[in-house]
Design a protein around this ligand. Structure first.
Ligand code: ZN
Length: 236
């Protein structure tokens, strides 16, 4: 277990809760356009506002995860760097990342909604005529989706913060030493076929596929371990 496990869980819970609140508001708003909603009557401003709320929720937690990860690095690397140096980078990265996540989140919601409305409309009566009973309605705007995004983006924040710090730490080390990340999986039965072969791979190997480390996929539970090693001893 990584030492930041507690912080990771707290940040995930925070973002999942904030995104769930955004989802709930959006569910209620969509239902004001009918049940099932008349997609053509939903003004663009509803989607713009939804996107803004998702982005703000993600950015708020992502920057905290990034900065927390930085704060663990002096001890993990043995190299002290003034963290004020990373404040602008933290701000930029979290905004940019949150913007990408929000774009995907909204695009997916719009697409799923457009797909399920005709299915619900085809049902004349009974519980299935209520879009809230459609399994995809909860999948697109329910707590599970909020938890998936929360877990993935907190992992992203940790990996980016740690990697940015380690890059700067390497510049302060005397040749031939470098700070090297190693990919660590949870090594239990739930480790997926994507992550299993990544276990203990050094940075030059995993970075080919995932430049900043985990997550390798949504809900990836992997993390990075940092070691000061000699450049000529990088294991392959
Ligand atoms: Zn993983």
């Amino acid at each position: 277990m990584p030492s930041n496990d507690r912080e990771r869980r707290d940040r995930e819970a925070e973002l999942a809760s904030n995104l769930s609140a955004v989802n709930d508001r959006m569910q209620r708003k969509l239902l004001t356009y009918g049940n099932p909603p008349d997609v053509d009557r939903i003004p663009e401003s509803v989607w713009t506002e939804f996107r803004q709320e998702v982005q703000e929720a993600v950015a708020r937690t992502a920057i905290v995860a990034y900065l927390y990860a930085l704060a663990t690095m002096p001890e993990a690397t043995g190299v002290a760097i003034d963290s004020a140096r990373f404040e602008v980078e933290a701000e930029l990265w979290s905004k940019n990342q949150a913007s990408k996540v929000a774009d995907e989140y909204v695009a997916h919601t719009r697409q799923r909604l457009a797909e399920i409305v005709p299915e619900v409309r085809a049902v004349q009566a009974g519980p299935a005529a209520d879009i809230r009973r459609h399994p995809s309605f909860d999948a697109m705007l329910g707590p599970t989706r909020a938890e998936t995004v929360a877990s993935t983006e907190v992992t992203n924040g940790f990996s980016h913060g740690e990697t940015d710090y380690a890059d700067s730490a390497t510049q302060q080390l005397d040749e031939p030493f470098v700070m090297m990340g190693f990919w660590v999986t949870e090594r239990d039965a739930r480790v997926c076929p994507i992550c299993a072969p990544l276990d203990m791979l050094p940075q030059p190997r995993y970075a080919v596929l995932f430049p900043k480390g985990p997550p390798a996929h949504p809900r990836c539970r992997c993390w990075l371990r940092w070691m000061k090693i000699r450049r000529d001893e990088i294991p392959f």
